[in-house]
Design a protein around this ligand. Structure first.
Ligand SMILES: [Zn+2]
Length: 139
């Protein structure tokens, strides 16, 4: 029997692939959050960093306030999903809209309602039931 060097190399390569990092292996995002190695390879950052990229300081607080998830309330996060915005908060709301975290709603005189999207709820840290409440609260 002939010794086939190429074939042996293929087998070794297959074994090496099996020892490659598994997708469920945990790695740290730059923010310190532990995510799967697969998510980090795919997006380069955790979901929170991905969703909130492009926001400025205080924008996330306004999003949490929009969702009743500001932390000082005894009500369940997501019980509300609106933010009546005047001139002074308009830029923050437009950054949230640009990031896909909020959508403009009805206009009221010189003010404008904004509502969080599903991604906005995630960025604000709401869990599954909080997201369901918040999306229901818009209707
Ligand atoms: Zn992160």
């Amino acid at each position: 029997m002939m010794y086939d060097l190429a074939r042996t190399e293929r087998i070794h390569r297959a074994i090496a692939d099996e020892t490659a990092p598994m997708s469920h292996e945990r790695k740290a995002c730059a923010c310190g959050t532990q995510v799967t190695a697969r998510q980090l390879a795919q997006h380069g950052k955790c979901e929170h960093c991905r969703l909130t990229a492009g926001l400025e300081e205080g924008d996330l607080d306004k999003l949490r306030h929009m969702l009743g998830a500001a932390g000082n309330s005894s009500a369940k996060p997501g019980f509300r999903n609106h933010y009546l915005c005047g001139v002074q908060d308009r830029a923050a709301m437009e950054r949230l809209v640009g990031a896909g975290l909020a959508v403009p709603g009805e206009a009221l005189l010189a003010s404008q309602y904004y509502h969080a999207t599903r991604d906005g709820c995630r960025a604000a840290g709401l869990d599954r039931s909080g997201i369901a409440r918040a999306l229901e609260a818009v209707l």
